[in-house]
Write a protein that binds this ligand. Structure first.
Ligand SMILES: Nc1nc2c(c(=O)[nH]1)N[C@H]1C(S)=C(S)[C@@H](COP(=O)(O)O)O[C@H]1N2
Ligand SMILES: [Mo]
Length: 429
């Protein structure tokens, strides 16, 4: 076995942008300069002393259990549940993006958005109907469907209402990151390519759109272009290795990589091939994007390039000056993230962050950059670029198109203000 250390030019503690941003390679090389950099960490190790024997080493621990749960000490890592008072089952719960790490969202923390609650579906009775402009209408039982070939992909799911007006109002909203931007999660999805099933039904030449309907009390339904269905749409059955959770669409959901979350119809029960979009309630009353000049955009499918710094983030406090790892998530419904830049001075200067491999298409990409906080005021921003060359707009650019009252597709550059006290808040930049 050979240990390979690729020798990179030592960028060490080189400042690459104003206000303390250091070269992204600092944390990636095991070099003397890393040790020098670590000397700047606020929590330096205590002087070595013999370890005591703790209580939990003095007797055997607890028994095995059939389904594991997080440590009781992690009880505060919860979805933040929001709902409409008096309306059963309608609302959202947010992924606490600032309390988890890596790129995969644990199933119990995947965000939720239900228009009429979570149905309790018996898989033995559930059926999927494929009809409309097809040669052979088909009905699938769960057992029949489970015999089809599957694919597995790691991809994000984002509600088009994510980020809402968090930085569009004059007073930006102060809340933990998850409550501002946590209507996005990322999972490993396994399911059946829809192209396989629709090819079996045989699409008639006039068929251009597919209406998908859910088996919830809202019978949520959306029209999907046939092109997308045949490209990378799946009937998702498994999420991070286990069957979908009820709140995420058990026993099956439509999953449309990179498209706004509401089109990934949960509890899928019907796909109807049509010649045109159906103009359902869910694509006319909701999910149209008001733009300036009294007009609205309709059928705006892709979730465009976006990023947020997860640590540090609003409502946190930096305890001490010194070296920090600034980290966050970037994603794009158009493909892979190619670059994320971070600023510590409100956008006057920028430095490139390190992207954590593997960088996958339509998936979360974790970015990291070292930052030396001197104790002075700072404004942290991140901006991502995807493989189509698209970059996040500034707030001013976005407001110029949508105004300040928009509720959907807010992918603006977000700004976190660091006060001299170390307090982090949501600010406008
Ligand atoms: N049948 C059905 N499908 C649905 C919904 C719903 O209420 N009913 N909500 C949609 C919305 S608005 C979003 S953002 C995603 C959320 O998926 P999740 O709850 O698994 O995160 O599901 C979509 N699919
Ligand atoms: Mo949504």
């Amino acid at each position: 076995m050979s240990q390979q250390h690729t020798k990179q030019p030592d960028k060490g503690l080189e400042a690459v942008a104003a206000n303390g941003l250091l070269h992204r390679r600092l944390f990636l090389t095991g070099s003397g300069t890393l040790a020098a950099g670590l000397g700047l960490l606020s929590a330096t190790p205590m002087a070595a002393a013999p370890l005591e024997i703790p209580e939990w080493m003095k007797a055997p621990g607890s028994h095995m259990r059939p389904y594991g749960q997080p440590s009781a000490y992690e009880n505060d890592v919860q979805r933040m549940v929001g709902g409409t008072p008096g309306v059963t089952g309608s609302g959202v719960s947010f992924t606490p993006l600032e309390k988890i790490h890596g790129t995969i969202t644990p199933n119990g923390l995947h965000f939720e958005r239900h228009h009429s609650g979570v149905p309790d579906i018996d898989p033995a009775q559930h059926k999927l109907l494929i009809h409309g402009l097809v040669e052979r209408p088909l009905t699938f039982t769960m057992d029949a469907l489970m015999r089809y070939p599957t694919v597995t992909r790691i991809q994000f799911l984002e509600c088009s209402g994510n980020s809402g007006r968090s930085n569009l109002t004059a007073q930006p909203q102060q809340a933990p990151l998850g409550a501002l931007h946590g209507l996005v999660s990322c999972s490993e999805w396994t399911g059946i390519p829809l192209s396989v099933v629709l090819d079996e039904a045989g699409i008639k030449p006039e068929g251009k759109w597919v209406l998908a309907e859910g088996a919830d009390a809202a019978a949520m339904s959306r029209s999907v272009p046939l092109e997308k269905i045949m490209d990378d749409a799946i009937i998702a059955l498994y999420q991070n290795g286990e069957r979908l959770r009820p709140e995420n669409g058990y026993p099956m959901r439509l999953f449309l990589p990179g498209y706004e979350g509401n089109m990934s119809v949960k509890w899928l029960r019907r796909l109807k091939v049509n010649a045109a979009p159906t103009m359902t309630r869910d694509e006319t009353s909701h999910y149209t994007d008001v733009v300036l000049g009294g007009k609205a955009k309709i059928l705006t499918f892709p979730m465009v390039v976006k990023s947020v710094i997860t640590n540090p983030s609003p409502t946190m406090t930096l305890g001490q000056t010194g070296l920090y790892e600034v980290t966050g998530l970037a994603w794009s419904g158009a493909g892979k993230i190619t670059r994320v830049e971070v600023s510590a001075d409100g956008g006057a200067t920028w430095a490139e962050a390190a992207l954590t491999e593997p960088v996958l298409s339509k998936s979360f990409t974790r970015f990291r950059i070292p930052w030396q906080w001197s104790g002075g005021p700072a404004t942290l921003l991140s901006r991502a670029v995807d493989e189509t060359g698209a970059m996040q707009p500034t707030r001013a650019q976005f407001v110029g198109e949508y105004g300040e009252r928009s509720n959907y597709h807010n992918n603006t550059i977000q700004a976190w203000g660091i006060a001299a006290t170390g307090e982090v808040s949501n600010v406008l930049a």
